[in-house]
Design a binder for this molecule. Structure first.
Ligand code: PLP
Length: 407
């Protein structure tokens, strides 16, 4: 079944907005996606009717929010195919999830001389926490490089692993290049060598159907705001047997079962990792976002976004002097590009004047930029609510800018 784009666009109030007097064309979906009214409405409904702190109340409102939070935990469990709901930890987002693992897994399992493999195309959120851990423990960070078309050099991976290797941290889809990485293959190689894998699914959770048990991922992380949900809420999935061995990373309410001046006994999963008042209203919003995408179907979303990617790739490739960075065979709906003679900031600012929102710069992945010896790109990233007509507007916009700039 195809998508009724007109009807879908009706769900997203912001898409009716004008920018500089022009129809908004939003191609910054890799940075954050817009929210359907179903998500916006449920946030308003919960603040208006049910707002009350979770887990610590005996009254109606508290129980209502607590139940809604725990239902969302089960929704996330089913959404990513986890075995148990206690393997779903709510965090502020991808970055916090990775920092949690880097700290807590690091405390338990990383010692001097150990090695952690990270790809050359990681978002800073999946690089800096590992650098910090390596500094703390005197461990070593090892780079898995990518080739010029933006594909990871998987053939090198076995030779990078040795007895000291403890973890591989890699993105499923690169936010800077759009590459879909062979995550299952990476996990298989890692596990043959007794190495754990953290999958950064920040850019894949909204495009691909993920099943953590089929993947056999040890950890998987994502943010709700890139999945049509609210900001400030995200997920860490971890295998129970690993999470059980990891120490808490923040102390406070809810992560304890008993406290005295002498010592505290920590709570069980998932609460051991959820100190303090959780973002309990946005958790409900995340549940609503999952309902929304599941209602459409991730396979349908993926197929349509691929169609947009093919269309845009073919069109933009006809522009003189335009180079696309990231030409992997398996790509998601992200196009990173530069036009010779035009700075990415100029391109972004001039497109903005036409109502077209793209992202410019390093996309928080300076190592990706360093690979190509550039300081940034223009990035257009598409969602299922975008249309071919909007891609035509982007094409026409770039063509006009090229003319204006005399290139
Ligand atoms: N990892 C990838 C691949 C991303 O694209 C992003 C955000 O752009 C992040 C991590 C960080 O996500 P957040 O800022 O929501 O924590």
């Amino acid at each position: 079944m195809g998508l009724d784009i007109k009807k879908i666009r009706e769900d997203f109030p912001i898409l009716k907005e004008k920018v500089h007097g022009k129809d908004l064309v939003y191609f910054d979906n890799a940075a954050t996606t817009h929210k359907p009214k179903q998500v916006i409405d449920i946030l308003s409904e919960y603040y208006s009717k049910y707002n009350s702190n979770v887990h610590r109340g005996v009254h109606y409102l508290s129980n209502k929010c607590t139940d809604a939070n725990e239902e969302t935990r089960i929704k996330v469990q089913n959404f990513i195919g986890a075995k148990e709901s206690c393997e779903i930890i709510f965090t502020r987002g991808t970055t916090e999830s990775i920092n949690l693992v880097a700290f807590s897994f690091g405390e338990k399992f990383i010692k001097e001389g150990d090695e952690i493999i990270v790809s050359e195309m990681e978002h800073h959120s999946n690089l800096v926490p590992w650098q910090m851990l390596c500094q703390r423990k005197n461990a070593k960070l090892v780079k898995l490089p990518f080739s010029d078309n933006g594909e990871l050099e998987i053939d090198l991976l076995p030779s990078l692993i040795n007895n000291n290797t403890k973890l591989i941290a890699v993105n499923h889809i690169s936010n800077a290049l759009g590459t879909v990485n062979p995550i299952k293959e990476i996990i298989d190689i890692a596990h043959q060598n007794n190495v754990k894998v953290l999958v950064d699914a920040a850019q894949s959770i909204q495009h691909k159907k993920i099943n953590v048990q089929e993947l056999d991922a040890d950890f998987l992380v994502f943010s709700a705001h890139k999945l049509y949900g609210p900001t400030g809420i995200g997920v860490l999935y971890g295998k129970k047997e690993i999470l059980d061995q990891m120490p808490p990373w923040q102390g406070g309410g809810e992560m304890i079962s008993t406290v005295s001046f002498e010592k505290s006994i920590y709570n069980e999963l998932p609460f051991k990792f959820e100190a303090g008042t959780p973002n309990f209203i946005d958790i409900v919003g995340l549940g609503s976002a999952i309902d929304y995408v599941e209602n459409i179907g991730l396979e349908v979303i993926d197929a349509y976004e691929n169609e947009l990617l093919q269309y845009a790739t073919e069109k933009l490739s006809t522009i003189n002097g335009l180079r696309i960075y990231g030409t992997a065979k398996n790509k998601a709906s992200v196009i990173s590009f530069l036009v010779e003679g035009i700075h990415f900031y100029d391109m972004g600012m001039l497109l903005d004047q036409m109502g077209i929102a793209v992202r410019t710069g390093t996309h928080c992945s300076e190592t990706t930029m360093q690979h190509f010896d550039i300081t940034g790109t223009v990035r257009a990233s598409f969602s299922f609510y975008n249309t071919k007509e909007e891609i035509d507007a982007l094409y026409n916009g770039i063509s006009r800018i090229c003319k204006m700039m005399g290139v």
